[in-house]
Design a protein. Structure first.
Length: 310
């Protein structure tokens, strides 16, 4: 039969006043806080950690990349050193000093490098934090997927495309500020004025890049021997891109990075360089388009027949 016993305890120990089973079931003890505390009441530490970096700093927890939730690591269910260390799939490691010397199985600490160089080698999972003498910590934007990267709530992360042999990765935004003054104080950052007292701090991506890199960024265009931003590319967020004041732009999630880009010429191309009659005839022949009589313009059929709303 399979040996599923939890721990070896001699009878003398059981009879004493320091019965180890008492502490193992105590929700305030090192072991009990993971297993004995009721998950439904949100008392377990893993359920309280909402951000990936904080979750992975706790070796009793694991981060679910698909659901973006911090969960109790399955390593805790291994009750002996052999089965613990054999579980390489979940990156488990036996800690003989835990639980008052009885030992416990935890998830291996991800960022345990002692030097900056060794920590850099663990990127993108880890980053070197220079504060207080330096320490290797979990990168708050070390998400492995784009969905996870964009789900971060307490840190400003963005997904960078993989180009020129560099893998796609989640990185922390460089330009984050609440107002124009704070934004302007950051090197390489500019403030976009969205009107009504609102705006966004953004990093200019096109300056100084070569023609190849320029062509890969949907926000940029090559002209007169240099790379510059398109009119729509200067609008940094979906919120401002979708405003009625920018009718020629739309926010495109199919490009990388996600960006505000010019709308495809599409139906409007029928009106370019043509008389009104020529444009109207070409528009009627296109099943995806609709002729707007009040605007004298060929527009997308999806919304073209809708009345103007105040």
């Amino acid at each position: 039969a399979k040996d599923e016993h939890f721990v070896d305890i001699d009878m003398d120990h059981m009879a004493g006043g320091d019965n180890p089973l008492v502490t193992l079931c105590d929700p305030t003890s090192q072991f009990g806080k993971y297993l004995a505390a009721p998950a439904a009441e949100g008392l377990q530490p893993c359920h309280q950690l909402e951000e990936r970096d904080a979750c992975l700093e706790d070796v009793g927890c694991s981060w679910a990349e698909d659901t973006h939730v911090c969960e109790r690591t399955v390593c805790l269910l291994h009750c002996d050193e052999t089965t613990c260390n054999a579980d390489t799939e979940n990156e488990c490691e036996w800690d003989a000093t835990a639980a008052e010397g009885a030992g416990m199985c935890f998830r291996k600490k991800i960022c345990n490098a002692a030097s900056e160089g060794a920590c850099d080698a663990l990127a993108p999972q880890c980053m070197w934090k220079a504060d207080n003498g330096g320490k290797c910590v979990v990168d708050p934007c070390g998400y492995e997927t784009e969905d996870g990267c964009l789900s971060a709530e307490n840190v400003a992360c963005e997904w960078q495309c993989g180009v020129d042999g560099v893998d796609a990765q989640c990185v922390e935004k460089k330009c984050v500020a609440e107002d124009a003054a704070a934004c302007g104080a950051k090197a390489g950052c500019s403030w976009y004025d969205g009107g009504d007292g609102k705006g966004a701090c953004w990093e200019e991506p096109c300056a100084g890049v070569d023609a190849g890199a320029c062509a890969l960024d949907p926000r940029c265009a090559w002209a007169d021997g240099k790379c510059g931003m398109t009119e729509c590319g200067m609008i940094p967020t979906e919120q401002f891109c979708s405003k009625a004041t920018n009718p020629a732009c739309h926010f495109n999630y199919d490009v990388c990075p996600h960006a505000c880009v010019p709308k495809d010429a599409g139906c409007q191309s029928h009106s370019t360089g043509a008389t009104v009659d020529e444009a109207r005839c070409a528009c009627h022949e296109d099943p995806d388009c609709f002729w707007s009589a009040d605007k004298e313009l060929c527009v997308d059929a999806q919304f073209g027949a809708c009345p103007t709303l105040d």
